[in-house]
Write a protein that binds this ligand. Structure first.
Ligand code: NAI
Ligand code: MG
Length: 367
């Protein structure tokens, strides 16, 4: 059997810096766990524009459709602000998401004990927190028609439309239930069925899908109440599924409960491929961080944890994903901090590559 395939798109700014640390981790798995990947690397974003005049070449797009998983760093930067909208670096990422039809965006909010003090919430509220928000990513109000700014009488009117088909709700609900089955078998669906018809349909369809997952305990919550509960006592949740707009807000809110942007991974999953695995793109939540790019200051953990998600969700290597997460936990417990994790503390930060090396050393120590 051939090795699982992985397309790496480092992108711009700190993207290549954090991806270099992921490469060390990937190499470690090949050397020490007999888990080799067929890795290919290509350009995306501003880097692709510089080389090809487009933020994502057709050949790269085709490759992304063929591999088992895509791992992306970050795109964008001030250098590209002057470009026309159609070739902006972000368009490369949007094209990947759209053509791979990645409708389920998984955003974990996980608190590493060593960083519990770093949260804006009380330590006991976040310590041990491990929840997952599933956001619908390809439909809803960001895409619905009609949209635009029109003239009506003597003033302008801004219009966006929230629109969800049954099948769009059904497929993202299934992704969330599948995830719940692998975790604590608890799913909370959030919408505003009290004031939105799309929310009424959302609740109905999720309730129907639940019949296929009798082991999962399903609850429903209005999204505004959900925002309150997420800040009051987030540990009451395990998996949350919600639409594109609410998911945008709630996933950012939940993520920040645990601290730094440099720590946050994500996965975007689509329909199952012929091998049964979902189409998948893994990427850190953060951007290209031009303010620190090229200085060895970037925290590589968000990107490394994105690879851990790939191990779990694309490569059926849940135990190895846990091993990697525990290696991250260990270096943090040992006190290693990149600059973004130091806050007011007077300690000396470690560099991007020192953090990557320490995580590889912790992987070694785990054997
Ligand atoms: P950003 O996430 O790049 O940076 C926000 C702040 O967090 C900066 O101060 C940065 O130094 C810090 N930060 C981010 N990641 C970090 C890491 N791994 N380690 C340490 N510190 C980190 O967001 P910003 O500044 O709004 O955008 C910068 C560029 O990135 C823009 O061109 C934007 O369009 C692009 N961007 C790309 C994204 C993507 O590729 N998915 C997502 C968000 C922004
Ligand atoms: Mg957002």
């Amino acid at each position: 059997m051939s090795n699982p395939s992985l397309l790496i798109l480092p992108g711009d700014g700190i993207g290549p810096e954090v991806m270099a640390e992921v490469r060390k981790v990937i190499d470690w798995y090949g050397a020490k766990r007999d888990l080799a990947f067929d890795v290919s690397e290509d350009l995306v974003g501003g880097a692709a524009y510089d080389a090809h005049g487009t933020p994502l070449a057709d050949e790269t797009m085709a490759k992304a459709q063929e591999v088992d998983a895509v791992l992306l760093g970050a795109v964008g930067g001030p250098k590209y602000d002057v470009l026309d909208f159609s070739v902006k670096p972000e368009r490369g990422l949007l094209r990947l998401r759209k053509e791979m039809d990645l409708y389920a965006n998984l955003r974990p909010a996980q608190c590493f004990d060593a960083l519990a003090d770093f949260s804006s919430l009380k330590t006991d509220v976040v310590a041990g927190l491990d929840i997952m928000i599933v956001r619908e990513l390809t439909s809803g109000i960001y895409f619905g028609e009609p949209r635009g700014i029109i003239e009506e009488g003597n003033e302008r009117v801004g219009i966006n439309t929230q629109r969800y088909t049954e099948s769009e709700i059904d497929r993202v609900a299934r992704s969330a239930f599948e995830l719940a089955m692998r975790r604590d078998k608890k799913l909370c669906s959030m919408e505003k069925a009290n004031v939105m018809e799309s929310g009424v349909l959302w609740r109905e369809v999720v309730t129907e899908v639940a019949k296929d997952y009798p082991e999962v305990e399903l609850s429903h919550m209005y999204a505004d109440a959900g925002a309150m509960q997420l800040t009051r006592w987030p540990k009451q949740f395990d998996v949350i599924v919600t639409d594109n707009l609410f998911g945008d807000l709630l996933s950012d809110l939940a993520a920040m409960l645990t601290g730094s942007l440099g720590m946050l991974p994500s996965a975007s999953l689509g329909a199952p491929m012929s091998n049964g695995r979902p189409k998948a793109l893994y990427e850190p939540v953060h951007g290209s961080a031009p303010d620190i790019a090229g200085q060895g200051k970037a925290n590589p953990i968000a990107c490394i944890l994105s690879f851990a998600m790939a191990l779990r969700y694309s490569f059926d290597q849940g135990d190895e994903a846990t091993r990697l997460e525990q290696a991250v936990e260990k270096v943090l417990a040992d006190g290693l901090r990149t600059a973004d994790l130091l806050g007011e503390e007077g300690k000396a930060p470690v560099s991007t590559s020192e953090m990557g090396d320490a995580i590889v050393a912790a992987l070694d120590a785990s054997l």
